[in-house]
Design a protein around this ligand. Structure first.
Ligand SMILES: NC(=O)c1ccc[n+]([C@@H]2O[C@H](COP(=O)([O-])OP(=O)(O)OC[C@H]3O[C@@H](n4cnc5c(N)ncnc54)[C@H](OP(=O)(O)O)[C@@H]3O)[C@@H](O)[C@H]2O)c1
Length: 328
C-alpha cells in the first residue's frame, strides 16, 4: 500500500513562530523557464504550499503567473502559500532593490522567506548584472575575498533591516552557509537569527555537524538537490530502491521522507508534471532505516553542486575548491 501519510500535511515552526511546509517545490528551470508555471500549478493542486524560487533562476515571472491562476481558481489563498526568494551575490550591495524586483516579477506584496543566496559578494552593477562577473582570465570577480571577507555579514544585516522596516518579507535566512560562515555570522547578528539555512542535502551528504549547529540556533535546514540534481544519482542507491519497494512507494518519496522525518525541509524539483503530482506521500521509515540512509553519506560523502562561486566558503568535499583549506 502506498503511504497513507502526506508530506504536504507536515509543517515545521520557524524561530520567529511562523510555520513552514516540510515539502516544497524547487523552481530552477530544467529547460524553458516558462514550463515552471505548469509545474507550480500542478504542485499546488497536489497539495504543495511551499514554492522555492530566486531572483537568479529567471522563473519568478512564471511562479507569479501560477500563483495568480491557483488563487483565481479558488484553490488557495495567498496566505496559504509559503513563497521563498533569494538575493543573488552580484546584487549584494542592494538586497532591497533585488527583493523589489523579485516582488514585482512575482506580482506579490511580500514573500514568506527571503534568503541570502550565498555568503559571498560578486562584482555586479546597480541591477546585479552580470550575475557571474568574470575577469579576462575567466575567474569570478569579487567585491570581497570569499574566504576572508566579512561584507557578507553586512548583507545579512541589510536583510535584518528589511525585515524590521518593511512588510516585504515575513522571515529572513541564509543559503549555502558552511560551519565557518555561520560561526562568523552568528555573533554579529543584530536581532534576527536566520530562520533557515538552505544547503545541498541528501543521503550522500549528511553534514551532521552543520545540521547540529543549525539545530542549536533553531535554524531550519532546507535541503536542496534532494535527489542529487540532474540524473538523480541518489535515487540509484540500492538502499533507496529497496526501501521504495518495501513501502510500495517511489524512490523520490523515500529521499524526501529521509529529510522530513528528521525535521528538515525537502525541496525537490521536476519538469515531469506526473512526477510532481505523485511525490506527496510520506512513507514512515523507521529510526533504523533513517540511520542506514545517514550512514551512506557519513561513510562516503559526495557533493553534486560544485559551482565555482562556492570556492573558499568553507564547505568540505567541494570539487575544485582549494580556497577553503584555510578553514581546516
Ligand atoms: N540555494 C541554492 O543555492 C540552491 C541550489 C540548487 C537548488 N536549489 C533549490 O532546490 C531545488 C531542487 O534542487 P535541484 O534542482 O538540484 O533538484 P533535485 O530535485 O535534486 O533534482 C532534480 C532533477 O532530478 C530528476 N529526477 C527527479 N526524480 C527523478 C526520477 N524518479 N527519475 C529520474 N530523474 C529524476 C529531475 O528530472 P525530471 O525533470 O525529469 O523530473 C531533475 O532533472 C531547486 O529547484 C531550487 O529551488 C537551491
Amino acid at each position: 500500500m502506498a503511504p497513507a501519510k502526506k508530506a504536504t500535511d507536515v509543517y515545521f515552526t520557524l524561530n520567529n513562530g511562523n510555520k513552514i511546509p516540510a515539502l516544497g517545490l524547487g523552481t530552477v528551470p530544467s529547460d524553458d523557464p516558462a514550463d515552471v508555471k505548469d509545474q507550480v500549478v500542478t504542485a499546488i493542486k497536489a497539495g504543495f504550499r511551499l514554492i522555492d524560487t530566486a531572483w537568479y533562476y529567471g522563473t519568478e515571472k512564471y511562479v507569479g503567473e501560477a500563483i495568480k491562476q491557483v488563487i483565481a481558481e479558488g484553490i488557495v489563498k495567498r496566505e496559504d502559500l509559503f513563497i521563498t526568494t533569494k538575493v543573488w551575490p552580484s546584487f549584494w550591495h542592494n538586497p532591497e532593490k533585488s527583493l523589489d524586483q523579485s516582488l514585482e516579477t512575482l506580482g506579490l506584496d511580500y514573500v514568506d522567506l527571503l534568503l541570502q543566496h550565498w555568503p559571498i559578494c560578486l562584482h555586479g552593477d546597480e541591477n546585479g548584472q552580470p550575475t557571474q562577473p568574470k575577469d579576462e582570465e575567466g575567474n569570478l570577480k569579487y567585491d570581497d575575498d570569499p574566504a576572508t571577507g566579512t561584507k557578507f555579514i553586512d548583507v545579512y544585516h541589510t536583510l535584518e533591516d528589511i525585515l524590521d522596516n518593511t512588510s516585504k518579507t515575513k522571515a529572513i535566512g541564509v543559503s549555502n552557509y558552511s560551519i565557518p560562515k555561520l560561526k562568523q555570522l552568528l555573533p554579529k547578528i543584530k536581532k534576527h537569527v536566520p530562520a533557515a539555512n538552505q544547503i545541498e542535502y541528501h543521503p550522500q551528504l549528511p553534514q551532521q555537524d552543520l545540521v547540529d549547529l543549525c539545530t542549536e540556533h533553531k535554524i531550519i535546514v532546507e535541503c536542496y538537490s534532494p535527489v542529487g540534481g540532474p540524473g538523480a544519482p541518489v535515487l540509484k542507491l540500492p538502499l533507496v530502491q529497496e526501501l521504495a519497494k518495501k513501502y510500495d512507494t517511489s524512490v523520490n518519496e523515500i529521499v524526501d521522507a529521509y529529510q522530513i522525518l528528521n525535521g528538515r525541509v525537502a525541496l525537490p524539483r521536476s519538469s515531469n508534471l506526473q512526477r510532481i503530482a505523485s511525490i506527496t506521500g510520506l512513507p514512515e521509515l523507521t529510526k533504523e532505516e533513517l540511520d542506514e540512509l545517514y550512514q551512506i553519506g557519513a561513510k562516503n560523502p559526495t557533493r553534486y553542486t560544485n559551482d565555482p562561486w562556492g570556492y573558499g566558503i568553507g564547505f568540505r568535499w567541494w570539487q575544485g575548491d582549494d580556497k577553503s583549506k584555510s578553514f581546516e
